[in-house]
Design a binder for this molecule. Sequence first.
Ligand code: NAD
Length: 440
Amino acid sequence: MKIAVIGTGYVGLVTGTCFAETGNNVICVDIDQEKLRKLRAGTVTIYEPGLEVLFERNIKEGRLHFTDDLKSAVEHAQIIFLALPTPPQEDGSADLQYVLNVARDIAPLMTGYKVLVNKSTVPVGTADKVRAIVQPLAKVEFDVVSNPEFLREGAAVEDFMKPERVVVGTRSPRAKALMEELYKPFVMSGNPVIFMDERSSELTKYAANSFLATKISFMNEVAQLCERVGADVDMVRRGIGTDSRIGKRFIFAGVGYGGSCFPKDVKALNYTSQEYGYRFRILESVLDVNKVQKDLLVEKVKAFFQGNLKGKKLAVWGLAFKPNTDDIREAPALGIIADLQGLGAEITAFDPVAMPLVERYHPELKIRYATGMYSAAQGADALLIITEWNEFRTPDFDQLATNLTQRALFDGRNIYEPEQVAGHGLYYASIGRTTIDGRK
Ligand code: NAD
Protein backbone atom coordinates (compact mmCIF):
# COMPACT_ATOMS: atom_id res chain seq x y z
CA MET A 1 0.00 0.00 0.00
CA LYS A 2 1.03 3.61 -0.40
CA ILE A 3 1.34 5.46 2.87
CA ALA A 4 2.23 8.98 3.98
CA VAL A 5 3.19 9.87 7.53
CA ILE A 6 3.06 13.57 8.36
CA GLY A 7 5.35 14.39 11.28
CA THR A 8 8.54 12.33 11.54
CA GLY A 9 9.22 12.41 15.28
CA TYR A 10 9.25 9.58 17.82
CA VAL A 11 5.91 8.19 16.61
CA GLY A 12 6.08 9.18 12.94
CA LEU A 13 9.53 7.74 12.27
CA VAL A 14 8.73 4.44 13.95
CA THR A 15 5.33 4.25 12.22
CA GLY A 16 6.78 5.01 8.79
CA THR A 17 9.68 2.62 9.17
CA CYS A 18 7.54 -0.25 10.48
CA PHE A 19 4.94 0.15 7.73
CA ALA A 20 7.77 0.08 5.19
CA GLU A 21 9.08 -3.08 6.85
CA THR A 22 5.86 -4.93 5.96
CA GLY A 23 6.23 -3.98 2.30
CA ASN A 24 4.37 -0.70 2.04
CA ASN A 25 5.80 2.28 0.22
CA VAL A 26 6.06 5.09 2.73
CA ILE A 27 6.76 8.81 2.43
CA CYS A 28 7.50 10.58 5.70
CA VAL A 29 6.96 14.34 5.77
CA ASP A 30 8.43 16.89 8.15
CA ILE A 31 9.03 20.65 8.22
CA ASP A 32 12.23 20.39 10.26
CA GLN A 33 14.94 20.73 7.62
CA GLU A 34 17.77 19.63 9.89
CA LYS A 35 15.87 16.46 10.73
CA LEU A 36 15.16 15.80 7.04
CA ARG A 37 18.79 16.36 6.11
CA LYS A 38 19.91 13.77 8.67
CA LEU A 39 17.21 11.26 7.69
CA ARG A 40 18.08 11.57 4.02
CA ALA A 41 21.74 11.09 4.89
CA GLY A 42 20.77 7.79 6.53
CA THR A 43 20.95 8.91 10.15
CA VAL A 44 18.24 7.88 12.59
CA THR A 45 17.21 11.04 14.46
CA ILE A 46 16.01 9.42 17.70
CA TYR A 47 17.54 6.85 20.02
CA GLU A 48 15.29 3.82 19.74
CA PRO A 49 16.61 0.26 20.11
CA GLY A 50 16.18 -1.81 16.93
CA LEU A 51 15.10 1.08 14.72
CA GLU A 52 18.35 1.60 12.82
CA VAL A 53 18.39 -1.83 11.19
CA LEU A 54 14.84 -1.48 9.88
CA PHE A 55 15.43 2.11 8.83
CA GLU A 56 18.53 1.25 6.79
CA ARG A 57 16.97 -1.83 5.21
CA ASN A 58 13.84 -0.04 4.04
CA ILE A 59 15.69 2.96 2.66
CA LYS A 60 17.90 0.55 0.72
CA GLU A 61 14.88 -1.32 -0.60
CA GLY A 62 13.36 1.99 -1.76
CA ARG A 63 10.30 1.72 0.45
CA LEU A 64 11.03 4.60 2.85
CA HIS A 65 11.39 8.23 1.77
CA PHE A 66 11.65 11.62 3.48
CA THR A 67 10.42 14.95 2.18
CA ASP A 68 9.06 18.37 3.09
CA ASP A 69 6.75 18.30 0.07
CA LEU A 70 3.28 17.66 1.44
CA LYS A 71 1.73 17.73 -2.04
CA SER A 72 3.73 14.83 -3.43
CA ALA A 73 3.17 12.80 -0.25
CA VAL A 74 -0.60 13.35 -0.37
CA GLU A 75 -0.73 12.47 -4.07
CA HIS A 76 1.34 9.34 -3.42
CA ALA A 77 -0.62 7.95 -0.51
CA GLN A 78 -3.97 6.31 -0.07
CA ILE A 79 -3.64 6.37 3.70
CA ILE A 80 -2.23 9.51 5.34
CA PHE A 81 -1.17 9.31 8.98
CA LEU A 82 -0.90 12.45 11.11
CA ALA A 83 1.81 11.92 13.73
CA LEU A 84 2.03 15.54 14.77
CA PRO A 85 2.65 17.11 18.17
CA THR A 86 -0.31 17.78 20.46
CA PRO A 87 1.48 19.63 23.28
CA PRO A 88 -0.25 20.82 26.43
CA GLN A 89 -1.50 24.39 26.65
CA GLU A 90 -1.43 26.56 29.78
CA ASP A 91 -4.89 25.35 30.82
CA GLY A 92 -4.00 21.66 30.36
CA SER A 93 -5.88 21.19 27.08
CA ALA A 94 -4.14 19.63 24.07
CA ASP A 95 -2.98 22.12 21.44
CA LEU A 96 -4.56 20.95 18.19
CA GLN A 97 -3.12 23.60 15.91
CA TYR A 98 -0.57 21.27 14.25
CA VAL A 99 -3.15 18.60 13.48
CA LEU A 100 -5.86 20.99 12.29
CA ASN A 101 -3.49 23.15 10.21
CA VAL A 102 -2.02 20.14 8.43
CA ALA A 103 -5.53 18.77 7.80
CA ARG A 104 -6.42 22.13 6.22
CA ASP A 105 -3.26 21.98 4.05
CA ILE A 106 -3.91 18.41 2.96
CA ALA A 107 -7.57 18.87 1.97
CA PRO A 108 -7.13 20.70 -1.35
CA LEU A 109 -4.18 18.45 -2.32
CA MET A 110 -6.20 15.23 -2.27
CA THR A 111 -6.53 13.77 -5.77
CA GLY A 112 -8.55 10.61 -5.10
CA TYR A 113 -10.15 8.75 -2.18
CA LYS A 114 -7.95 9.17 0.91
CA VAL A 115 -8.05 7.98 4.48
CA LEU A 116 -6.79 10.56 6.97
CA VAL A 117 -5.65 8.84 10.14
CA ASN A 118 -5.06 10.63 13.45
CA LYS A 119 -2.18 8.82 15.08
CA SER A 120 -1.46 11.77 17.33
CA THR A 121 -3.07 11.62 20.75
CA VAL A 122 -6.06 13.89 20.29
CA PRO A 123 -9.07 14.80 22.42
CA VAL A 124 -12.50 13.35 21.88
CA GLY A 125 -14.17 15.04 18.92
CA THR A 126 -10.98 15.71 16.93
CA ALA A 127 -11.93 13.35 14.10
CA ASP A 128 -15.16 15.35 13.73
CA LYS A 129 -13.16 18.60 13.75
CA VAL A 130 -10.78 17.31 11.08
CA ARG A 131 -13.71 16.15 8.95
CA ALA A 132 -15.38 19.56 9.27
CA ILE A 133 -12.19 21.31 8.16
CA VAL A 134 -11.42 19.01 5.24
CA GLN A 135 -14.96 18.62 3.86
CA PRO A 136 -15.45 22.09 2.32
CA LEU A 137 -11.93 22.09 0.81
CA ALA A 138 -11.87 18.55 -0.59
CA LYS A 139 -12.76 17.75 -4.18
CA VAL A 140 -12.71 14.00 -3.58
CA GLU A 141 -14.12 11.44 -1.16
CA PHE A 142 -12.25 10.84 2.08
CA ASP A 143 -12.60 9.31 5.55
CA VAL A 144 -11.15 10.42 8.86
CA VAL A 145 -10.03 7.64 11.17
CA SER A 146 -8.76 7.60 14.75
CA ASN A 147 -5.87 5.19 15.28
CA PRO A 148 -4.12 6.08 18.55
CA GLU A 149 -0.59 4.82 19.05
CA PHE A 150 0.33 2.75 22.11
CA LEU A 151 4.06 2.24 21.51
CA ARG A 152 6.41 2.81 24.42
CA GLU A 153 9.56 4.80 23.80
CA GLY A 154 12.54 2.52 24.40
CA ALA A 155 10.58 -0.46 23.04
CA ALA A 156 8.82 1.33 20.20
CA VAL A 157 9.81 -0.97 17.34
CA GLU A 158 8.85 -4.11 19.23
CA ASP A 159 5.56 -2.54 20.31
CA PHE A 160 4.75 -1.39 16.79
CA MET A 161 5.70 -4.64 15.10
CA LYS A 162 3.90 -6.81 17.68
CA PRO A 163 1.17 -4.66 19.22
CA GLU A 164 -0.92 -6.12 22.05
CA ARG A 165 -3.83 -4.53 20.26
CA VAL A 166 -4.52 -1.99 17.54
CA VAL A 167 -7.39 0.40 18.12
CA VAL A 168 -9.14 1.85 15.08
CA GLY A 169 -12.02 4.29 15.29
CA THR A 170 -14.08 4.54 12.14
CA ARG A 171 -17.66 4.04 11.03
CA SER A 172 -16.69 3.80 7.35
CA PRO A 173 -16.61 0.23 5.94
CA ARG A 174 -14.25 1.38 3.20
CA ALA A 175 -11.72 2.85 5.64
CA LYS A 176 -12.14 -0.16 7.93
CA ALA A 177 -11.23 -2.56 5.13
CA LEU A 178 -8.06 -0.61 4.29
CA MET A 179 -6.96 -0.36 7.92
CA GLU A 180 -7.61 -4.07 8.39
CA GLU A 181 -5.41 -4.91 5.42
CA LEU A 182 -2.65 -2.53 6.53
CA TYR A 183 -2.45 -3.95 10.05
CA LYS A 184 -2.85 -7.62 9.10
CA PRO A 185 0.89 -8.43 9.12
CA PHE A 186 1.23 -6.93 12.61
CA VAL A 187 -1.40 -9.13 14.26
CA MET A 188 -0.60 -12.51 12.72
CA SER A 189 -0.18 -13.98 16.22
CA GLY A 190 -3.81 -13.28 16.94
CA ASN A 191 -3.73 -10.01 18.85
CA PRO A 192 -6.83 -8.00 18.03
CA VAL A 193 -7.48 -5.00 15.84
CA ILE A 194 -10.34 -3.46 17.78
CA PHE A 195 -12.71 -1.43 15.66
CA MET A 196 -14.97 1.15 17.27
CA ASP A 197 -16.38 4.60 16.67
CA GLU A 198 -13.99 7.56 16.49
CA ARG A 199 -14.88 9.08 19.87
CA SER A 200 -14.41 5.84 21.78
CA SER A 201 -11.08 5.33 20.05
CA GLU A 202 -9.91 8.84 20.93
CA LEU A 203 -10.93 8.35 24.54
CA THR A 204 -9.30 4.90 24.71
CA LYS A 205 -5.84 6.42 24.34
CA TYR A 206 -6.35 8.96 27.12
CA ALA A 207 -7.99 6.39 29.37
CA ALA A 208 -5.04 4.01 28.86
CA ASN A 209 -2.38 6.59 29.69
CA SER A 210 -4.36 8.04 32.57
CA PHE A 211 -4.94 4.60 34.05
CA LEU A 212 -1.22 3.82 33.90
CA ALA A 213 -0.41 7.19 35.49
CA THR A 214 -2.99 6.38 38.17
CA LYS A 215 -1.22 3.10 38.96
CA ILE A 216 2.06 4.98 39.38
CA SER A 217 0.55 7.71 41.55
CA PHE A 218 -1.29 5.13 43.64
CA MET A 219 1.94 3.29 44.31
CA ASN A 220 3.72 6.53 45.14
CA GLU A 221 1.03 7.19 47.76
CA VAL A 222 1.61 3.70 49.16
CA ALA A 223 5.32 4.54 49.27
CA GLN A 224 4.64 7.70 51.26
CA LEU A 225 2.68 5.63 53.74
CA CYS A 226 5.39 2.94 53.86
CA GLU A 227 7.94 5.55 54.94
CA ARG A 228 5.67 6.63 57.77
CA VAL A 229 4.73 3.18 59.07
CA GLY A 230 8.11 1.52 58.56
CA ALA A 231 7.05 -0.77 55.70
CA ASP A 232 8.95 -1.47 52.48
CA VAL A 233 7.13 -0.45 49.29
CA ASP A 234 9.09 -2.97 47.28
CA MET A 235 7.77 -5.80 49.39
CA VAL A 236 4.25 -4.42 49.12
CA ARG A 237 4.72 -4.15 45.36
CA ARG A 238 5.75 -7.78 45.10
CA GLY A 239 2.93 -8.77 47.38
CA ILE A 240 0.23 -7.12 45.33
CA GLY A 241 1.77 -7.49 41.86
CA THR A 242 1.45 -11.26 41.94
CA ASP A 243 -2.32 -10.80 41.97
CA SER A 244 -3.17 -11.09 38.28
CA ARG A 245 -6.01 -8.61 38.71
CA ILE A 246 -3.41 -5.99 39.70
CA GLY A 247 -0.44 -7.05 37.59
CA LYS A 248 3.30 -6.62 38.04
CA ARG A 249 3.78 -3.61 35.80
CA PHE A 250 3.46 0.11 36.48
CA ILE A 251 3.41 -0.30 40.24
CA PHE A 252 6.94 0.90 40.90
CA ALA A 253 7.32 3.79 43.33
CA GLY A 254 9.73 6.50 42.24
CA VAL A 255 10.22 10.19 41.56
CA GLY A 256 6.91 10.57 39.73
CA TYR A 257 5.95 9.94 36.14
CA GLY A 258 7.30 12.15 33.36
CA GLY A 259 7.85 12.02 29.63
CA SER A 260 6.10 13.48 26.64
CA CYS A 261 2.83 11.60 27.16
CA PHE A 262 1.60 10.89 30.70
CA PRO A 263 1.82 14.45 32.09
CA LYS A 264 0.13 16.02 29.10
CA ASP A 265 -2.43 13.27 28.56
CA VAL A 266 -3.61 13.18 32.18
CA LYS A 267 -4.00 16.98 32.09
CA ALA A 268 -5.81 16.86 28.75
CA LEU A 269 -8.28 14.19 29.90
CA ASN A 270 -8.92 16.17 33.07
CA TYR A 271 -9.55 19.23 30.89
CA THR A 272 -11.94 17.36 28.58
CA SER A 273 -13.79 16.11 31.63
CA GLN A 274 -14.18 19.65 32.97
CA GLU A 275 -15.28 20.84 29.54
CA TYR A 276 -18.12 18.35 29.66
CA GLY A 277 -19.10 19.42 33.17
CA TYR A 278 -17.67 16.41 35.00
CA ARG A 279 -15.10 16.48 37.83
CA PHE A 280 -12.77 13.52 37.32
CA ARG A 281 -11.69 13.38 40.96
CA ILE A 282 -9.20 10.55 40.57
CA LEU A 283 -7.30 12.40 37.85
CA GLU A 284 -7.09 15.52 40.01
CA SER A 285 -5.45 13.41 42.71
CA VAL A 286 -3.13 11.69 40.23
CA LEU A 287 -1.86 15.12 39.18
CA ASP A 288 -1.46 16.30 42.80
CA VAL A 289 0.37 13.17 43.90
CA ASN A 290 2.80 13.39 40.99
CA LYS A 291 3.63 16.99 41.86
CA VAL A 292 4.39 16.07 45.48
CA GLN A 293 6.39 13.00 44.46
CA LYS A 294 8.74 15.06 42.32
CA ASP A 295 9.84 17.00 45.43
CA LEU A 296 10.45 13.94 47.54
CA LEU A 297 14.04 13.16 46.52
CA VAL A 298 15.05 16.82 46.88
CA GLU A 299 13.55 16.82 50.40
CA LYS A 300 15.61 13.75 51.28
CA VAL A 301 18.80 15.39 49.99
CA LYS A 302 17.99 18.56 51.90
CA ALA A 303 17.42 16.62 55.11
CA PHE A 304 20.77 14.85 54.72
CA PHE A 305 22.62 18.17 54.36
CA GLN A 306 20.61 19.77 57.20
CA GLY A 307 18.91 22.14 54.79
CA ASN A 308 22.14 23.64 53.46
CA LEU A 309 23.01 22.72 49.88
CA LYS A 310 25.17 25.77 49.15
CA GLY A 311 28.28 24.66 47.29
CA LYS A 312 27.43 20.98 47.67
CA LYS A 313 28.59 18.88 44.76
CA LEU A 314 25.96 16.42 43.60
CA ALA A 315 26.26 13.75 40.95
CA VAL A 316 23.19 12.69 38.97
CA TRP A 317 22.85 9.42 37.08
CA GLY A 318 20.14 9.53 34.44
CA LEU A 319 18.55 12.45 32.61
CA ALA A 320 16.16 10.81 30.11
CA PHE A 321 12.60 10.45 31.41
CA LYS A 322 13.07 6.69 31.39
CA PRO A 323 15.75 4.19 30.27
CA ASN A 324 16.40 3.26 26.62
CA THR A 325 15.32 6.61 25.21
CA ASP A 326 16.90 10.01 24.65
CA ASP A 327 13.55 11.72 25.23
CA ILE A 328 13.87 14.38 27.93
CA ARG A 329 10.44 15.97 27.63
CA GLU A 330 9.07 16.44 31.17
CA ALA A 331 11.91 14.30 32.49
CA PRO A 332 11.83 14.29 36.32
CA ALA A 333 15.62 14.80 36.36
CA LEU A 334 15.29 18.29 34.89
CA GLY A 335 13.00 19.58 37.66
CA ILE A 336 15.02 17.89 40.38
CA ILE A 337 18.28 19.37 39.04
CA ALA A 338 16.74 22.86 38.78
CA ASP A 339 15.46 22.61 42.38
CA LEU A 340 18.83 21.44 43.70
CA GLN A 341 20.64 24.20 41.81
CA GLY A 342 18.13 26.70 43.19
CA LEU A 343 19.26 25.61 46.66
CA GLY A 344 22.90 26.25 45.74
CA ALA A 345 24.09 22.77 44.72
CA GLU A 346 26.45 22.13 41.80
CA ILE A 347 25.46 19.30 39.48
CA THR A 348 27.54 16.87 37.47
CA ALA A 349 25.43 14.47 35.43
CA PHE A 350 25.83 11.35 33.38
CA ASP A 351 23.31 9.74 31.04
CA PRO A 352 24.21 7.13 28.40
CA VAL A 353 22.34 8.94 25.59
CA ALA A 354 20.42 12.02 26.72
CA MET A 355 23.25 14.46 27.61
CA PRO A 356 23.49 16.20 24.20
CA LEU A 357 19.76 16.93 24.19
CA VAL A 358 19.77 18.38 27.71
CA GLU A 359 22.79 20.49 26.82
CA ARG A 360 21.03 21.74 23.69
CA TYR A 361 17.51 22.34 25.00
CA HIS A 362 18.25 23.28 28.62
CA PRO A 363 21.24 25.61 28.60
CA GLU A 364 19.66 27.34 31.63
CA LEU A 365 20.65 24.28 33.66
CA LYS A 366 24.31 24.78 34.31
CA ILE A 367 25.16 21.10 34.37
CA ARG A 368 28.65 19.65 34.09
CA TYR A 369 28.51 16.56 31.93
CA ALA A 370 30.65 13.59 32.84
CA THR A 371 32.11 11.05 30.42
CA GLY A 372 31.09 8.09 32.56
CA MET A 373 29.08 7.11 35.60
CA TYR A 374 32.04 6.89 37.96
CA SER A 375 33.66 10.09 36.78
CA ALA A 376 30.36 11.87 37.51
CA ALA A 377 30.57 10.63 41.10
CA GLN A 378 34.28 11.41 41.51
CA GLY A 379 34.64 14.12 44.16
CA ALA A 380 30.87 14.64 44.54
CA ASP A 381 29.36 14.78 48.03
CA ALA A 382 26.43 12.57 47.07
CA LEU A 383 24.92 10.71 44.14
CA LEU A 384 21.30 10.77 42.94
CA ILE A 385 19.88 8.08 40.67
CA ILE A 386 16.97 9.37 38.64
CA THR A 387 16.74 7.14 35.57
CA GLU A 388 17.14 3.39 36.00
CA TRP A 389 19.39 2.64 33.01
CA ASN A 390 20.52 -1.00 33.14
CA GLU A 391 24.17 -0.04 33.45
CA PHE A 392 23.44 1.64 36.81
CA ARG A 393 21.97 -1.52 38.31
CA THR A 394 25.08 -3.27 39.56
CA PRO A 395 27.69 -0.62 40.25
CA ASP A 396 30.91 -1.04 42.16
CA PHE A 397 29.66 0.26 45.50
CA ASP A 398 33.17 0.24 46.99
CA GLN A 399 34.33 2.56 44.25
CA LEU A 400 31.32 4.81 44.89
CA ALA A 401 32.14 4.85 48.60
CA THR A 402 35.63 6.05 47.65
CA ASN A 403 34.40 8.53 45.03
CA LEU A 404 31.67 10.21 47.09
CA THR A 405 33.03 12.61 49.70
CA GLN A 406 30.03 12.19 52.00
CA ARG A 407 29.25 8.64 50.87
CA ALA A 408 25.55 9.32 50.32
CA LEU A 409 23.35 7.72 47.69
CA PHE A 410 19.79 8.86 46.91
CA ASP A 411 17.97 6.36 44.75
CA GLY A 412 14.85 7.73 43.07
CA ARG A 413 14.08 4.37 41.43
CA ASN A 414 14.72 1.79 44.18
CA ILE A 415 17.15 -0.16 42.06
CA TYR A 416 19.32 -1.44 44.94
CA GLU A 417 18.81 -3.46 48.09
CA PRO A 418 19.24 -1.10 51.07
CA GLU A 419 21.18 -3.55 53.24
CA GLN A 420 23.58 -4.32 50.42
CA VAL A 421 24.38 -0.65 49.73
CA ALA A 422 24.74 0.15 53.41
CA GLY A 423 27.06 -2.84 53.73
CA HIS A 424 29.55 -0.95 51.56
CA GLY A 425 29.65 1.92 54.02
CA LEU A 426 27.17 4.17 52.24
CA TYR A 427 24.19 6.22 53.39
CA TYR A 428 21.27 5.02 51.28
CA ALA A 429 17.90 6.75 50.89
CA SER A 430 15.29 5.48 48.47
CA ILE A 431 11.54 5.81 47.96
CA GLY A 432 9.08 4.18 50.34
CA ARG A 433 11.79 2.23 52.17
CA THR A 434 13.71 2.83 55.36
CA THR A 435 16.83 4.94 54.96
CA ILE A 436 19.94 3.15 56.14
CA ASP A 437 23.17 4.85 57.18
CA GLY A 438 25.99 2.40 56.65
CA ARG A 439 28.80 4.94 57.08
CA LYS A 440 29.77 4.08 60.64
P1 NAD B 1 7.56 14.63 18.08
O1 NAD B 1 7.64 16.03 18.55
O2 NAD B 1 8.70 13.71 18.34
O3 NAD B 1 7.28 14.61 16.51
C1 NAD B 1 6.44 15.47 15.85
C2 NAD B 1 7.05 15.81 14.50
O4 NAD B 1 6.11 16.60 13.74
C3 NAD B 1 8.32 16.65 14.59
O5 NAD B 1 9.35 16.01 13.85
C4 NAD B 1 7.93 17.99 13.96
O6 NAD B 1 8.99 18.61 13.28
C5 NAD B 1 6.84 17.55 13.00
N1 NAD B 1 5.95 18.61 12.55
C6 NAD B 1 5.46 19.68 13.24
N2 NAD B 1 4.66 20.41 12.44
C7 NAD B 1 4.66 19.81 11.23
C8 NAD B 1 4.02 20.08 9.98
N3 NAD B 1 3.23 21.14 9.85
N4 NAD B 1 4.24 19.26 8.96
C9 NAD B 1 5.03 18.17 9.07
N5 NAD B 1 5.66 17.85 10.23
C10 NAD B 1 5.47 18.67 11.29
O7 NAD B 1 6.22 14.04 18.73
P2 NAD B 1 5.89 12.50 19.04
O8 NAD B 1 6.48 12.12 20.36
O9 NAD B 1 6.20 11.69 17.85
O10 NAD B 1 4.32 12.59 19.26
C11 NAD B 1 3.43 12.78 18.19
C12 NAD B 1 2.03 12.46 18.67
O11 NAD B 1 1.95 11.07 19.05
C13 NAD B 1 1.58 13.24 19.90
O12 NAD B 1 0.21 13.50 19.82
C14 NAD B 1 1.84 12.27 21.05
O13 NAD B 1 1.02 12.51 22.15
C15 NAD B 1 1.51 10.95 20.40
N6 NAD B 1 2.16 9.77 20.99
C16 NAD B 1 3.46 9.83 21.36
C17 NAD B 1 4.08 8.71 21.90
C18 NAD B 1 5.53 8.76 22.32
O14 NAD B 1 5.95 7.84 23.01
N7 NAD B 1 6.30 9.77 21.93
C19 NAD B 1 3.37 7.52 22.03
C20 NAD B 1 2.04 7.48 21.61
C21 NAD B 1 1.45 8.62 21.11
